[in-house]
Design a protein around this ligand. Sequence first.
Ligand code: MN
Length: 237
Amino acid sequence: MRVAALSDIHGNLPALEAVLAEIEGEDFDAIVVAGDTVAGPWPVEVFDAVVRLDAVIVGGNADRAVLEREEGFGPGHAWCADRLDAARLESIAAWPLTHELDIDGLGHVLVCHSTPESDMPIYTRITPDTEVVDLFAEVAADVVVCGHTHMQYDRLLSTGLRIVNPGSIGMPYEGAPGAYWAVLGPDVEMRRTEYDTAAAAEAIGALGAPAEQQVEMLLEPPDPVETTEYFESLRGS
Ligand SMILES: [Mn+2]
């Protein structure tokens, strides 16, 4: 079984389309989406695209922020909610926090945005082992596939639990432009799909979407080492 793991699309349709073109050319049995799908410049188009894929989708904090029309956490959540009709908003509200599946070579896999209980905790590739172990103390899986921090990594905890973050399709903090995702099964293969980020940034500007921060990050992707240190400074504060 081969599964495409996508996360943090953040309403970036050109990025998603580039990845889907790559996926179409290969043999995948399933697609999982680890949250933060619709909050961004093309909420409707991205929602429709992932639903058409018959993908397994879990909810993220930014999807929840759209539903709650949250202000101050990031721009544009109410703008996104205004574009999604009642039926789509109802579907988004029904996205679960977790999904579990078995993948040959990896074992039992749990997909969640951050942890099975919450879409909010921040942990990175360098968060102390004991702290990440505590976050997943209740998890009976071989692998956790998560999103949330927009950086690819694959780490093994002292308990034997493997944490895989496929990175972000639509707003990566990787230093280099592109759409980041992963192939699951029989092992884990990290991918970066290139697309025209300058054209995407221009198209977002033409939409009038309140996504200045995303545009900035597409044009000048944040450095992953600095971003990891920044996230670590936020933890526990
Ligand atoms: Mn996100």
